[in-house]
Design a protein. Structure first.
Length: 61
């Protein structure tokens, strides 16, 4: 016969379910400097590793 899992025990286990906070890096464009995800093109200015990859979106920079 199995015993009921206590509220404290199940809540301790559920406390680990939270999503991790994403790590952010600053854009390599000196004029932009906004926070972006690592290894991604900047969504604001289109720079990646110091080079212009995507065209600049109008009105965002």
């Amino acid at each position: 016969m199995q015993h009921r899992t206590s509220r404290s025990r199940s809540r301790h286990r559920r406390a680990q379910w939270k999503a991790p906070v994403p790590t952010l890096t600053t854009c390599t464009n000196p004029a932009c400097g906004k926070a972006t995800l690592p290894h991604r093109v900047c969504a604001y200015c289109g720079f990646y590793q110091g080079r212009q990859i995507l065209p600049v979106r109008n009105g965002d920079t």
